[in-house]
Design a protein around this ligand. Structure first.
Ligand code: NDP
Ligand code: 2IT
Length: 451
């Protein structure tokens, strides 16, 4: 079968799922040389099997709002692949959530988790519920209702969800409370739990920190470092906040942050003090990013025009770019602007934030490009460390977890480069990460037979 045949197979079965098809397309392009070398993988139809969820659960979530009105949302859990461990992956609460979005995320999660070296399969779930503008009680009632159904499909040895867009520490608390009540057991069935009730130190910081550790590895491999580098960051949620924090720790300068309305540009750099304001604004007061520019003179705010063919955030002068908001937020034109302005590195904090056309522009122009499944794997890797601590019944220190995270990001960097080299694409992190993740899952599936 050619790339075309594989895509036709997947397209025919998932015709109305553009995000899922986009994620599959990228992986098949990378792994076809592996299939060419391993006839047994083709014979076992491993790629076709990897594109079919082992199980996909879709359910109704009813809850009552503060006005006493009944609300109806849709919930999902995609249990994609359990060849190397229990299903593992986040929950996303956002109005844009569809089956296609969650299947793309679950598919990528399988390879990402394989790269971490921690034994975890891949899954993803969520709901089209929009936490924005909801009261604290409404969010709690929704989370309890959502877990009312999800609880029957998960277990700490079967499927361990965590956070993603719209699901942070607050939501994990409510979800965990509901699970514990329903099952009458206290287990590590979710990660991202609070410190003091099963959570791991550094899990909150891990995705953003890991992203910047990975980028520092890339810079060092190229004989440079992040010190003194001007960095563009999008988003202002969990991943962005801790990416900015680590950029500051390593002596770089983060000059932007954004939300779905607009972005701020702070030419003098977001300092640790300003970041504390941003964290409080987003995590506690749940306000809009515009307030940052109102508060700090010298920074400017710009609305993002969703209808524009480019995002002006990516047209600012910088050395490095870290998209940390959502899928397809960096398009071909944005990548041309990044190249024009001398950006040398783009590492993805978000999942699939760069469009395929955009990725081609970056690679063709020699920009070092890291795909999310490698560069944002620090979050799920630390979730894996949380699971290990829960199984053992003890807690590691901040320093111990941070050191392990460091080691895991370094190892993902090395195995991605090694796989890229082995298959004749030296320096191509996308091809390398896809191949290294794929081979690990393929070997496990092969060993377990046709099941
Ligand atoms: P948060 O909910 O904490 O923050 C999301 C941020 O992105 C917010 O600033 C939000 O703005 C913005 N955003 C979300 N959707 C859109 C959109 N459609 N258009 C523009 N801006 C948008 O989520 P996280 O920081 O956890 O996740 C960000 C990305 O990182 C996602 O792609 C996620 O899948 C990925 N990721 C997360 C991990 C984690 O551990 N949390 C691990 C690995 C990857 P607003 O507030 O206006 O909605
Ligand atoms: O996309 C991701 O890797 C996450 N949202 C984190 C998943 C997890 O289980 O920690």
């Amino acid at each position: 079968m050619t790339i075309h045949d594989y895509l036709a197979f997947v397209k025919q079965r998932n015709a109305h799922e553009p995000e899922f098809l986009q994620a599959v397309d990228e992986v098949i392009q990378s792994v076809i040389p592996v299939l060419d070398r391993h006839a047994e993988y083709r014979k076992l139809r491993l790629f076709e099997r990897m594109t079919e969820p082992e199980r996909l659960i879709s359910f109704r979530v009813n809850w009552m709002d503060d006005q006493g009105q009944v609300q109806v949302n849709r919930g999902y859990r995609v249990q994609m692949n359990s060849a190397i461990g229990p299903y593992k992956g986040g929950l996303r609460f956002h109005p844009s959530v569809t089956q296609s979005v969650l299947k793309f995320l679950a598919f990528e999660q399988v390879f990402k988790n394989a790269l971490t070296g921690v034994p975890m399969g891949g899954g993803k779930g969520g709901s089209d519920f929009d936490p924005k503008g909801k009261s604290e009680n409404e969010v709690m009632r929704f989370c309890h209702a959502f877990m009312g159904e999800l609880a029957r499909h998960i277990d700490h040895r079967t499927d361990v969800p965590a956070g993603d867009i719209g699901v942070g520490g607050r939501e994990i608390g409510y979800l965990f409370g509901a699970y514990k009540k329903i099952k009458n057991e206290f287990t590590g069935v979710l990660t991202g739990k609070g410190i003091g009730w099963g959570g791991s130190l550094i899990r909150t910081e891990a995705t953003g920190y890991g992203l910047i550790y990975f980028a520092e590895n890339m810079m060092q491999h190229a004989g440079s470092s992040l010190k003194g580098k001007v960095c563009l960051v999008s988003g202002s949620g969990n991943v962005s906040q801790y990416a900015i924090e680590k950029i500051i720790h390593l002596g770089g300068k983060a000059v932007t942050a954004s939300d779905s309305n607009g972005f701020i540009y702070d030419e003098s750099g977001i300092t640790a003090e300003k970041l504390e304001f941003l964290k409080d604004l987003k995590n506690n007061r749940r306000g809009r990013i515009k307030e940052y520019a109102d508060k700090f003179k010298g920074s400017v705010y710009k609305d993002i025009d969703a209808k524009s063919d480019h995002n002006p955030l990516w047209a600012l002068k910088a050395d490095c770019a870290f998209p940390c908001a959502t899928q397809n937020e960096v398009n071909e034109k944005d990548c041309k602007n990044l190249v024009k302005n001398g950006v040398k590195l783009l590492a993805e904090g978000a999942n699939m934030p760069t469009t395929p056309e955009g990725i081609n522009v970056l690679i063709d122009n020699g920009v070092m490009y890291a795909p999310g499944k490698a560069s944002n794997a620090g979050g799920v890797a630390t979730s894996g460390l949380e699971m290990t601590q829960n199984y053992m019944g003890n807690n590691w220190t901040r320093e111990q977890v941070d050191e392990k995270l460091h080691g895991i990001m370094k190892s993902i960097h090395e195995i991605s480069l090694a796989a890229a080299k082995e298959y004749g694409k030296p320096g191509n992190y996308m091809v390398g990460a896809n191949i290294a993740g794929f081979v690990k899952v393929a070997k496990a599936m092969q060993a377990q037979g046709v099941i």
